[in-house]
Design a binder for this molecule. Structure first.
Ligand code: ZN
Length: 445
């Protein structure tokens, strides 16, 4: 009798656990994190109810669920309980120390930029929207202070910038004489305006996108603290711009977007790929696969409209961000659209509120396209409007093209998971993005 009872109990437990929920994240019972939140994503298998630390968890019709737990410093014991069983997760949160970094002042020293594409920033912080320009290898600078891992760059008497210490080399003060101004020139074409300015060596510059013009400023602080050269180029309604440097000769160019659809090149960038899977959804789906599906649908639709289309990847391959940008530049991209699905990160986000479609841009010239694509994609998908945002993302930073990054839906939202696992999701997302690009292309103010 006792034996039979035990057998029955084992059988019950076995059936129970087989039907119980599956956690996709976290995938270990014990972990150590530097984040403020622990996220739980998973799939409920039967008709069960789930609670995490006694808080009831919402389960979407397809079984997907998501939950976040705010962590305290040190040990956190988190109990995931369902109708069929219970699991304990031990998450250790490291204390994050927030020390104020001291500023250090020193007298002017010369420095030389070691690489191309080095950001000159308005604040000594390695992230965000603080980029003033990207400097070339061999640019001559003056630095006069430091904070943390940054040097303060003296540009003129009322302008300073910041540059990563690892990107420059300090040199002896009397190494050479100040740069000399050699001349300036301008050329006007049907769709472009080009201005050149030449010095005997490479100098720092900044770029501002104003209401009506692009303002390029070149600084020659070795000569004097007032030595600033302003180049203003008026901008058309839809525009891209670029800087080129050949030794001390700078070419600043503002281009009008072509009005001929056959001449307009759209580069479609399916995010992630290969070993880089992107976000993992509540049900364990991989973002990279959905991105690719949308990209391939979008390629078809844009070609039908008459656009010239290039893909950064057309299959499951691995590409660095640099390679994606290079493909865009080499193919003469006018418009660049990167396709992704979102996930929530370590900020106090509401796991259920953060859902739907958002579109990111970095430069001002891409904001309007972002608005168009957000509007048409939320409409086509019937998704929540998660807005248009500015973010410093590598692939949309170049100014040579109009660049956006579309987050079609949230991988981590249970309700969105119903949407992105639906059969025609990729087709509808692609249709929305295609409509947005086309509406933007033909739009007039
Ligand atoms: Zn992504």
């Amino acid at each position: 009798m006792k034996r039979l009872f035990l057998l029955l109990l084992t059988l019950l437990l076995f059936v129970g656990s087989a039907r119980s929920f599956e956690l996709i994240m976290p995938n270990e019972k014990k972990s150590m994190v530097n984040t403020n939140y622990a996220f739980f994503f998973g799939r409920a298998k039967g008709y069960e109810t789930i609670s995490i630390n006694d808080e009831r968890v919402y389960i979407a019709p397809n079984g997907a669920f998501a939950h976040s737990v705010k962590l305290k410093d040190g040990e956190n014991r988190i109990m995931v309980r369902s109708t069929y069983g219970m699991q304990i997760y031990n998450i250790y949160k490291n204390t994050i120390e927030n020390q104020e970094i001291p500023m250090e002042e020193f007298s002017k020293r010369k420095a030389i930029v070691k690489n191309d594409n080095v950001p000159l920033r308005s604040t000594p912080v390695d992230a965000g929207l603080n980029r003033m320009s990207h400097l070339y290898e061999g640019t001559h600078l003056i630095v006069n202070g430091s904070k943390g891992s940054f040097y303060r760059v003296f540009l003129s008497k009322n302008k300073e910038g910041w540059i990563a210490k690892s990107d420059v080399m300090l040199v002896d003060s009397d190494y050479d004489s100040p740069a000399e101004f050699l001349g300036m020139d301008s050329e006007r074409f049907k769709n472009a305006m080009i201005q050149t300015i030449t010095f005997t060596k490479k100098l720092p510059f900044t770029i501002e996108d104003n209401e009506t013009e692009i303002l390029f400023r070149v600084y020659n602080p070795e000569l004097s603290e007032d030595s600033v050269y302003n180049i203003n180029i008026p901008k058309p309604e839809k525009y891209v711009y670029s800087v080129n440097s050949e030794n001390g000769k700078y070419t600043f160019k503002v281009n009008k977007l072509t009005e001929n659809i056959n001449e307009c090149t759209v580069v479609i960038d399916a995010g992630h790929g290969g070993r880089e899977k992107g976000a993992i959804g509540c049900l364990g789906d991989e973002e990279k696969n959905i991105n690719l599906k949308i990209a391939l649908e979008l390629e078809k639709l844009l070609k039908e409209k008459g656009f010239n289309v290039v893909l950064t990847r057309g299959y499951d391959s691995e590409l660095s961000l640099k390679e994606r940008i290079q493909i865009a530049k080499d193919s003469g991209a006018d418009i660049f659209v990167s396709i992704h699905l979102n996930s929530i990160s370590d900020i106090p986000m509401n796991i259920h509120k953060n859902r739907g479609t958002s579109v990111y841009h970095f430069n001002k010239n891409s904001k309007e396209l972002a608005e168009y694509v957000k509007k048409s994609t939320t409409r086509s998908l019937g998704s929540h409007d998660d807005g248009v945002r500015t973010a410093s993302l590598a692939v949309i930073r170049p100014t040579e093209y109009i660049g956006i990054l579309v987050e079609t839906a949230y991988m981590t939202n249970p309700l969105d998971s119903v949407l992105y696992t639906s059969k025609d999701f990729a087709q509808r997302a692609a249709q929305g993005i295609c409509n947005g690009i086309t509406d933007y292309f033909y739009s007039e103010k």
